[in-house]
Design a protein around this ligand. Structure first.
Ligand code: SF4
Ligand code: SF4
Ligand code: SF4
Length: 242
């Protein structure tokens, strides 16, 4: 039941993506920075950071439009990816993008205003035929990468938003703020490996729980491992991460 609800949320987020595209756009944020404007996407990135403090990467599991797309591509390729290698690629892309963003504000002479509707004057992101090119390009890139690389391949390799969520997670952890996480009763585990197969983030869940390393910023709190474990080893809990 919980997974049906989660997939429904993710699918709904994907369906309304033509409305929300600009609020996740790395281009819109840079365009705003160049004129000293904090755009809607920068505001969303800040909100994602704040959500990460308490909810970790739950956004990625439940509400991101690309979560909906990833659920679909998993039907075609659900092989695990090399998390470490793709993380290097992702952080390199993020570093370049973040540098351009900061440089934009510097060249503009600092922050001059806030405009959530920057480049989105009609509120709807895809409001002209030409914008469908951007919309379909984003969908195509995420689909192809996920099919070619494997489980959530695009999320793992090119996402510019996940570092904000991961940063929020680490800040919350450092400040010892209770966070939503997956906890385990490892003595119940029979090492069947179902959780490893089901994890859409290619995490070695059964190994993590045995070594008391269940908490990680790579976990998107989707609950696939929780709901597929027949021994009820795993559960959600708000707790301080040690
Ligand atoms: S990794 Fe990025 S694109 Fe993927 S679900 Fe998370 S925020 Fe969305
Ligand atoms: S699915 Fe449950 S019993 Fe099986 S390995 Fe994972 S935690 Fe252990
Ligand atoms: S460890 Fe469990 S909750 Fe976390 S991403 Fe994997 S399946 Fe989802």
């Amino acid at each position: 039941m919980r997974q049906k609800i989660r997939r429904s949320f993710a699918l709904l987020a994907l369906l309304v993506f033509p409305l929300t595209l600009n609020y996740f756009s790395p281009y819109v944020s840079i365009d705003g920075a160049m004129v000293g404007v904090i755009s809607g996407s920068v505001i969303v990135f800040i909100l994602l950071f704040l959500s990460g403090i308490i909810l970790g990467r739950a956004w990625c599991g439940w509400l991101c439009p690309m979560a909906g797309l990833s659920e679909m591509t998993l039907q075609i390729n659900n092989k695990n990816v090399n998390i470490k290698n793709l993380r290097r690629v992702r952080l390199s892309i993020f570093a370049v993008w973040a540098s351009i963003l900061v440089l934009g504000f510097v060249l503009a002479g600092g922050i001059k205003g806030v405009n959530p509707l920057h480049l989105t004057e009609n509120i709807i992101s895809v409001d002209a035929p030409v914008k469908y090119i951007i919309y379909y390009s984003v969908l195509l890139i995420f689909t192809v990468l996920s099919i070619v690389l494997g489980k959530r391949g695009a999320c793992q390799s090119i996402c510019w938003m996940s570092p904000f969520l991961a940063a929020g997670y680490h800040v919350g952890k450092g400040l010892k703020i209770p966070q939503l996480r997956i906890v385990s009763q490892k003595d119940r585990c029979v090492s069947c490996g179902i959780c490893d197969k089901k994890c859409p983030m290619s995490l070695p869940v059964s190994t993590m729980l045995k070594t008391d390393k269940m908490s990680t910023s790579d976990c998107i709190l989707c609950g696939e491992c929780v709901d597929h474990c027949k021994k009820n080893v795993l559960s959600y809990r708000f707790t301080v991460v040690k």
